[in-house]
Design a protein around this ligand. Sequence first.
Ligand code: HEC
Ligand code: HEC
Length: 315
Amino acid sequence: MSPPLLRRTLSGTVLVATLIVIAAARIPSSAPTPPAKEAPPPTLTLADWPLESGAKLGKRIFQENCVGCHGDTGLGDGEAAADLNPRPRNLRKGYFKFRSTASSKLPTRADLLHVITCGLPGSSMPSFRLLPDAHRDALVSYVLTLAAFEKARLEAEILRDADGLTMPVIVKDHLPEIRKKVEAEMAEGAVPVTIGQRPPTTPESVEKGRARYAKECASCHGKTGVGDGPSSYALRDWEDAEIRPRDFTTGVFRAGSAPTDLFLRLKSGLNGTPMPAISGSDDDLWALVDFILTLRTQAPEASDHAGCPIGGTTR
Ligand code: HEC
Ligand code: HEC
């Protein structure tokens, strides 16, 4: 089951449970009062996680530039977060949308560097191109550290709950091996998919893309591509926040609008959102890219800054 569906089912359950609790509260009875809620058991904290030198520098740069939105520990709960849509990413959960890696996998360092350097047009995620290369590289290390830490925290909780070990013992005796395992798994997944040569755009390729679009994309993205398909109003992301399909008429894409960027978005999907990875041969995907590019009706904006032009090549 996809995370958004699971969320919806869970919130349905919570609602029913809440109604039952409210109903129960109205019946005057001598039922015993439930025990006070216990404090959550101790878990791994970021302070338990030794930072290598890149991530250490990255942490400092993150405190200076990112916490207002992404929160002190990367949970996406910074002071500005509540007012933003889309919300700043919870960087701990390991859901990254704009990747060159297979569906559900983690991004490569180059993917993260691209997001940090160019920002995500159409969202409040700014471009940090003015930071020195070394600082942006260190930020990539720290973002990956936050994702690795969260995976390790869950592993540590399994040891705590299943084997009855205390956190100090887990930190002292098991953390290095958990860390090795988590980092190896992450590195294994962060492998770019192959992108072959783009075939030439022809009337036939556009037509092929149009036919598939009508069948598989228009329900969300709308017949003319403005993002108003019949399913578009009920979409939720993995945090149960409302999410809208992209409007293709503007030509503004979050992570680059070069054909290669769009190809990657289709091939990899956007983790944690209703936008699925699209199946089919590379030629099928290129045909969809050819068609989507015909939907633009607004004049291309002037390039926003060197290296990250809107409508230009970003890779
Ligand atoms: C003004 C608010 C704001 C600030 C400041 C900000 N971000 Fe973001 N960031 C966002 C939002 C909003 C998103 C989600 C955009 C979306 O879902 O399309 C995001 C998404 C991301 C992502 C996820 C990319 C993906 O592929 O899913 C990363 C990584 C990221 N930010 C890193 C950073 C780093 C590092 C900094 C500091 C150097 C930073 N952000 C500063 C708002 C912000
Ligand atoms: C279930 C609804 C749904 C379907 C079906 C769907 N999409 Fe999407 N798509 C979305 C949503 C929602 C987003 C925006 C996600 C976000 O903002 O994080 C999106 C985003 C995109 C993006 C933008 C990436 C960027 O960088 O801004 C492209 C390209 C795209 N979709 C193409 C397609 C194509 C082509 C199809 C059909 C083969 C398709 N989508 C089918 C919901 C859908």
